[in-house]
Design a protein around this ligand. Sequence first.
Ligand code: NAP
Length: 293
Amino acid sequence: MANIAFLGLGVMGYPMAGHLAKRGGHHLTVYNRTTAKADGWVAANGGGRVAATPAEAANDADFVFCCVGNDDDLRQVTIGQNGAFSTMKHGAIFIDNTTASADVARELAAAAEAQGLHFLDAPVSGGQAGAENGQLTVMVGGDEAAFARAQPVIAHFAKMVNRVGPSGAGQLTKMVNQIAIAGLVQGLAEAIHFGKSAGLDMAAVMDTISKGAAQSWQMENRWKSMEAGKFDFGFAVDWMRKDLGIVLDEARRNGASLPLTATVDQFYADVQKMGGKRWDTSSLIARLKTQNS
Ligand code: NAP
C-alpha cells in the first residue's frame, strides 16, 4: 500500500481518487481548491485525509496524482505558492492526468528532475463514465523506470495504461485522440442530419450501418441522443475548445496541416455562442437545422 495524494476532485478526479482508495487499498490524502468537495470525498469514501494545500497533501506521498483544468492550474498546484513540488520527497512520482500542453509537461518534468522527483504526463480518455467505471485509457509520457513504478497504481482506474514516449508524448497522444474525435463527431452529425433530411428511419439506418465500415464508438453511443438533441453526457464544449486550442498551437509549431480540426474548432465556437458551453461534444449537430426535425 502506498501513500497517495490526489489534487483536483472534479468530474474526473473525484471518481479516479475513489478507485485508488477502494480498488487499490491505498492511503489517500486529497486536496481540492473548494474544500467542501474534499470533505465530501472523504465522507463518501469512508476514510482518507483532507489537505489544505497541494504542498500539505504531497509531503509524505509516494505518488501525487493531479487532474485540474489547464496549464495555468497545473503550474499553480505544482510550482506555485504552496505547490506540491515544494514538499514532495526525493524519488516520489507526480502523475498528471490533466489535459494540458506538451510544453508544460516538458517544463514540469525538467523542474521535477532538478529536485530529484519524477513527472509523468498522463492524460486520459473515456470521459466521466470511464472515470466512474474505472475504465479510462491513459497515455503516458516520461521516464521508463518511473512509468514502471506508476503503471500498476494508475491501472486501478484504467483499462489501458501505456507509455508512448518521453515527457510530452502523453499530451501529444491526447492531441491525436482529440483530432480524431473532432472530425468524426462532425461527420456523424452530418450523417444524421442528412438521414433525417431524407426522411429515413434513423433507427433502421443506424442499426444497419453500425455493423459496417462506418461503425464508431460515437455512433454506437451517441447517435440516439444526438438525434434527440440531448447533450448532457459529460465532456463539455468549453473543454474541447481548450483541447483544440492546444492542438492548433502545437500544429503551428510542428507544421502539421489540420484543416478539418481548425474548422470544427470554429463550429464549436458557434455552439458556445448558441449557449452550449457546457453541452457535451456531440452537440455539433445542433448547428445543423433539419427540415424534418
Ligand atoms: P472539473 O470538473 O471542472 O474539475 C476541475 C478540477 O480542477 C476541480 O477540482 C477544480 O477545483 C480544480 N482546479 C481548477 N483550477 C484549479 C487551480 N488553479 N488550483 C487548484 N485546483 C484547480 O474538470 P474535469 O471534467 O474533471 O476535467 C479535468 C481535466 O481532465 C481537464 O483538463 C479536462 O480537459 C480533462 N478531461 C476531462 C474529461 C471529461 O469528460 N470531463 C475527459 C478527459 C479529460 P474546484 O472544485 O475548486 O473548482
